[in-house]
Design a protein around this ligand. Structure first.
Ligand SMILES: C[S@@+](CC[C@H](N)C(=O)[O-])C[C@H]1O[C@@H](n2cnc3c(N)ncnc32)[C@H](O)[C@@H]1O
Length: 342
């Protein structure tokens, strides 16, 4: 079943029947088969949906769509773009700026999102790009806006990358952030608890699972330069930031795009994580539930898992069902740091 946002696009499918289109971050691959135009391309910042799409040059997994309109032939530009409203307005502004450089002058950028997602301020999000923004449809608790692009724009991702120095105890790391990354520009208190309690001895292969900006992996490698570090995340923004964070600290590591542990092939001496959970109307920790159940297969014998999480989340029981030894290493009023061993 299509998401409500995709259903709104299907209601308006005649708009997308002609020309060359790019759809940005659809929550499911089925939207491409639900529309009849075969000239609809996909730009994906999430690896799970990208994986569901046909493996061809119509679908790109990347932090930003690779275009600078200054040297792009008109035939490579799109007649229109459709952006699914992301979680943060900063990420929406980033995607709008990126798409403005991908769309021909005279083309349109559509923005579709749930009404509770902040889409109602679409006018403001388009301020630097278009003054001609109209609401096209409203249904399924979602809205569809259209902005007319009347000139050509260039896009340079470097203008959006920010570096911040983060200090924990005696160690300083320079961390890269892009709009849309978890806790942009700051250190999350749960992440801080994990970093403050990194083991004195850390050797062999280490995985920073759900790495975000790569902050946990960078601190681990800076304090233990001999580890063989892997970082993984489902988000292309996280992959981009982690690569930049490693480079900014002269550290080596392999950064892997992966939905859960799907693309993580090695076995590890230690897995470190501040894993995802979604707080909406309902708390959703299904990704982490699955990760905990599978992590034993990614650990070497005696390998350890260090996981930090909100105290109310039921992870101790799930961990106990997966790994034999469990302790609470550290805690604050909000977070617990668990250590489990295979
Ligand atoms: C709580 S943040 C932690 C980020 C970083 N480790 C930190 O501590 O700042 C969780 C991360 O999980 C990632 N994530 C969400 N769903 C995922 C999935 N299915 N597989 C892998 N990573 C996922 C998000 O992109 C996000 O970067």
């Amino acid at each position: 079943m299509l998401s409500p946002t995709s259903q709104v696009l299907v209601r308006n499918k005649e708009i997308f029947e002609q020309g060359k289109w790019i759809f940005v971050n659809p929550p499911e691959a089925d939207i491409f088969s639900a529309l009849s135009n075969s000239e609809i391309f996909g730009f994906h910042q999430f690896y799970d949906v990208f994986q569901q799409c046909p493996k061809n040059d119509k679908h790109v997994f990347s932090a930003h769509y690779p275009v600078t309109q200054a040297n792009t032939p008109n035939s490579d530009l799109f007649d229109g773009a459709v952006i699914y409203m992301p979680k943060s307005k900063e990420q929406a502004a980033f995607l709008i700026a990126n798409m403005a450089a991908c769309v021909k002058s005279g083309g349109n950028i559509y923005l579709v999102g749930e009404n509770k997602s902040g889409i109602k301020s679409a006018d403001k999000l388009f301020t630097n790009i278009s003054q001609r923004v109209n609401k096209i449809d409203s249904a399924r608790h979602c809205s569809l806006f259209c902005a007319l692009i009347e000139q050509s724009f260039t896009f340079d991702v470097e203008k959006f990358v920010q570096y911040k120095e983060i200090q924990v105890k005696d160690t300083l790391c320079k961390i890269a952030f892009l709009p849309g990354i978890f806790n942009a520009g700051a250190l999350d208190p749960a992440t801080q608890l994990l970093i403050e309690n990194l083991p004195e001895k850390l050797t062999g292969r280490v995985l920073d699972f759900a790495c975000g900006s790569g902050v946990i992996g960078c601190f681990a490698a800076k304090n233990h330069p001999d580890i063989i570090l892997t970082l993984s995340d489902v988000s292309a923004i996280a992959i981009f930031c982690s690569q930049r964070s490693l480079a900014a600290n002269n550290l080596k590591g392999t950064v892997v795009a992966s939905n859960g542990l799907s693309e993580v092939n090695h076995k590890f001496d230690a897995v470190l994580t501040n894993p995802p959970f979604h707080t909406g109307i309902k708390t959703d920790y299904s990704v982490t539930d699955k990760f905990i159940k599978e992590v034993k297969f990614a650990l070497l014998p005696k390998g350890t898992l260090m996981l930090v999480a909100n105290r109310f989340l039921p992870y101790p029981d799930i961990i106990k069902g997966s790994l034999p030894m469990l302790s609470t290493l550290a805690q604050t009023s909000k977070f617990n740091l668990y250590r489990a061993q295979k």
